[in-house]
Design a protein around this ligand. Structure first.
Ligand SMILES: [Zn+2]
Length: 73
């Protein structure tokens, strides 16, 4: 609790929630939330304000942002 880990805010428009998760759990947390709450649709996502900066760091590794382009309705 005393150490500020690198945590990432996940926002969900439908649930109107924002949750901070450790970077290590990011992909799992997103997937789990979307699977449990939204039937697997990509509703929850990394806070857009953070996304750009995060993208520079890790997004490509996680493969999170490839889905955005592919899954537009
Ligand atoms: Zn949600």
């Amino acid at each position: 609790m005393s150490t500020e880990e690198l945590s990432v805010p996940i926002v969900c428009d439908e649930c109107e929630t924002e949750t901070r998760v450790p970077l290590d759990d990011l992909a799992d947390a997103l997937e789990r939330h979307n699977a449990e709450k939204h039937g697997g649709e990509s509703v929850a996502e990394v806070n857009p304000a953070i996304k750009d900066r995060l993208a520079d760091l890790v997004a490509e590794d996680l493969g999170l942002f490839d889905e955005d382009a592919a899954e537009r309705p």
